[in-house]
Structures are given as C-alpha cells and as structure tokens.
Design a protein around this ligand. Structure first.
Ligand SMILES: C[S@@+](CC[C@H](N)C(=O)[O-])C[C@H]1O[C@@H](n2cnc3c(N)ncnc32)[C@H](O)[C@@H]1O
Length: 229
C-alpha cells in the first residue's frame, strides 16, 4: 500500500514522505488548504473513517488513506468548478467528490446523483450531519434525469470511461457548461474513443489538467470539456 502502512507508519511515496492519514488530516498544511471548509470536511472524513467500511461504502484498504486518496483527491477538482450556479456529481457513491465540494463551495447548488439506495441513505445522513443547505440527493442513474434538469457543470470520479461519461453526463450540462471530472493518469487514451460523442455536443478537445493537492500528496488528473451545443 502506498502512503501509509497498516500500522500508520510513514512510508515514502516517490521522494516525499507522507504522514499517516489522521496526521495528514490534522496538519497545518491541510487546514490552510481547506480554510473555512476544514471543520466540515474533517467531520465528513471522520464519518467515512468510522462508518465507511462497515456500511460497504469504501474498502478496508481505503480507511487508512482516506485523506490522501479520497478527501484531498476530491478537493483537487474544486478550483476548476464554477464559484456559483449548479453542479451535479454523477455516481457520488460515498460522496466523493460531491460532499467535499459542497462543503468547500457553500454558494454552489450541488446535486448528488447515485442509483444505490444504501448510498443515497448515507448521503442524506451526511448532508444532515454537516448541515449542508446547498445539497440535494437524487437517487437514480444519470440517464434517468436526462431532460429533467440541466446544471452549469457536472463532475464525477471513478464511474466510467470518458466516452460513456460523456454519454451519461453531457445531456445534464447546459449549453456553455462543462464536464469537470477526476480521472486517472491514462485518460489521454480515453479521448480518441470519445471523439464521436464529443462532436455530438460540439465539445472540442478536452483539457487535461493537473489537480494540485497539498505538498507531499500526489496530484491528480482533471479533464475539462465544454458543451458547445
Ligand atoms: C466506483 S464508485 C465511485 C464512487 C465515488 N464517485 C468515488 O469516487 O468514490 C461508482 C459509483 O457510480 C455509481 N453509478 C454507476 N452507474 C451510474 C449511472 N449510470 N449513473 C449514476 N451513477 C452511477 C455506482 O452506483 C457507484 O456508486
């Protein structure tokens, strides 16, 4: 396992030394990175740590790396999202990145879309516990909401390859709005197979961007593509 071992010892990642997840989550660097959102995000991390595995939301290997792999990774998408308006997180699962971005951007209207009841129950509990006034949880597949509403931006993480994501997400994006999605490093390989469906929405060439986290934590890849028609 990269980042921290079972005993929470420091383990090297590349040249950097990453502290165990709890230490990282309580660090001055993370507090500065999250600013006013820190307390809400930290409470969410705590809920995930205490209940995530038990409720089948995250695997046991994820518990010791909640901050670096999940919370900070999700937060990396936030600078690329609009500061106001509406954002839908497709396939929100345990609430990643949707809950993190809702806490960090309280002026955004955030819609969490998730088909599995067990997960929407959890999401509703998190929204209640954190007192998030800017979040709606909608149960269903993204495709079921085509034609029902449109948002300024769609985000998602770990749901499908780019061509499938465009198919399920772009109908929910208003013309002129964007998909801003967290992806693995090999996303460039997903662009070619997605060309045809991207053309349908006059979407052009996707931007592949670096999502920065905090020093010592691996950055992530973000794909941003605008709906032209
Ligand atoms: C691997 S999980 C990722 C969850 C979360 N985004 C994360 O990064 O931890 C994929 C999620 O997408 C949801 N999902 C699958 N197909 C979907 C669809 N067509 N529309 C919306 N959500 C979908 C699944 O139920 C699951 O919760």
């Amino acid at each position: 396992m990269e980042g921290s071992d079972e005993a929470g010892q420091e383990m090297p990642v590349g040249d950097a030394v990453v502290p165990d997840s709890e230490t990282l989550g309580a660090s001055a660097a993370v507090k500065a990175h999250l600013g006013d959102a820190y307390d809400g995000v930290a409470r969410y991390a705590e809920m995930l740590r205490d209940q995530g595995e038990l409720r089948g939301l995250i695997g046991p290997r994820e518990v010791p790396r909640i901050w670096e792999r999940h919370i900070l990774n999700s937060a990396a998408v936030v600078p690329y999202l609009p500061t106001s308006g509406s954002v839908a997180d497709i396939g929100s699962g345990a609430g990643l990145p949707g809950v993190v971005l809702a806490v960090m951007r309280p002026e955004l209207e955030v819609i969490l879309i998730e088909p599995m009841e067990r997960r929407t129950t959890w999401l509703a509990e998190v929204v209640g516990e954190l007192g998030l006034k800017n979040v709606q949880v909608k149960r269903g597949r993204a495709e079921e909401f085509h034609g029902a509403f449109e948002v300024d931006a769609v985000t998602c993480r770990a749901v499908a390859a780019l061509s499938k994501l465009v198919r399920m997400s772009m109908p929910l994006v208003r013309v002129g709005g964007e998909m801003v999605i967290l992806k693995g490093r090999s996303v460039a390989e997903e662009v070619e197979p997605a060309r045809k469906i991207l053309r349908k929405y006059a979407a052009g060439q996707p931007d592949i961007l670096e999502g920065i986290t905090v020093e010592g934590v691996e950055s992530t890849t973000i794909v941003r593509v605008r709906r032209g028609k």
